[in-house]
Write a protein that binds this ligand. Sequence first.
Ligand code: GUN
Ligand code: FE
Length: 426
Amino acid sequence: MANILIKQAEIITMNKQEEIIHGDIRIRDNLIVEIGSGLEVQGEETVLDARNRTVIPGFVQTHIHLCQTLFRGKGDDLELMDWLRKRIWPLEAAHDEESLYYSAMLGIGELITSGTTTIVDMETVHHTDYAFQAIAKSGIRALSGKVMMDQKNPDVPAALQEETAVSLQESVDLLEKWNGYGNGRIQYAFSPRFVISCTEPLLKEVRNLSARYGVKVHTHASENLGEIEIVQAMTGMRNVVYLDHLGLANERLILAHCVWLDAEEKRILRDRGVHVSHCPGSNLKLASGIADTPGMLQDHIHLSLGADGAPCNNNLDMFNEMRLAAVIQKPLHGPTTMDARSVFRMATIGGAKAVGMEDQIGSIEVGKKADLAILNLCNFHTFPSYDVDPVSRIVYSATRADVETTIVDGELLMLKGLLKTVDKEV
Ligand code: GUN
Ligand code: FE
């Protein structure tokens, strides 16, 4: 945490009025304490000259698997269930402490350098403590948890099969160690993989524990038609109806994908305040489908964005997800559907709502935590021009290479391409 003064920037605030202003931001410790113009240096401050730079709220990605970063390129051209059985489960089973740590670090480096400041992350069955160590060292804000897979399934490698009580106990042990770590930068999130991987007693206890500790539950649902068929055969219900039947559908639930929803499922998501993480890159590459995000927005379902794991799409870059979230809807619904502002909202304040931190992150406002990225859009493809909405410029033209600085909780994690991450005490 530091004292920082960002001078003469274009600031995309994403406050209630979604104002874009030109001026300065003062950061004291981890908080934004002043926004104005002509702010004078006060005491010891790191001054960032942000002329011709654009400051945005750090991206909040609500569905990531850091444990899969090392599998990039090892699961291409497959659909979900084959991809899991043939590639991802055996690879997750083969992780050791060191490989998991470096998989997480590699993913976090990619996230921080592309402007993501908060993630909701799902790990594998074992060694999750090492992913938390990587998260803690890096300084990224994260809600994470060990994946839970207690359903007996011959397609799952023995190393990923676990007993219900052990799965719950290991999750609680990790929660007690890491939840709230680093000034609250780390939070635990229970992570039952998906309905297919979990027994009913486990899911019911996850519901109880999530309520008791006030932490999130992060899982996948209704991603793929084959998956939905298996869930129907196992439970006699569709995914969201089953999760609701178990009492899991509430504002603490973050559901990745939701590509195939019927009207009842949509009603449950809206009425219970469930948060959907839309993963357009992954949904396209795994041939899962195109989620009806315009319909979900119209139905007032909470939407945010996530890149999923690196082998799903094949990068962790929110610029990619925003652009895909916008363009895949255009041929279906017309050019004004999922406009730039809608997807930028999902990538910032929408994600903040999903993690229950909309009063702390997701926008640039006095009193909020300093989770920001500074972009240099002075490239030939996006030369600043004040008659173009900068949000549109970012969504349709910006890339990860345009990110110069990333700040989390007032800490400079990247300054002009130099990662300042890996030597903090944990
Ligand atoms: N469903 C269950 N596990 C996974 C996973 O690891 N990735 C994706 N995309 N979907 C899943
Ligand atoms: Fe996933």
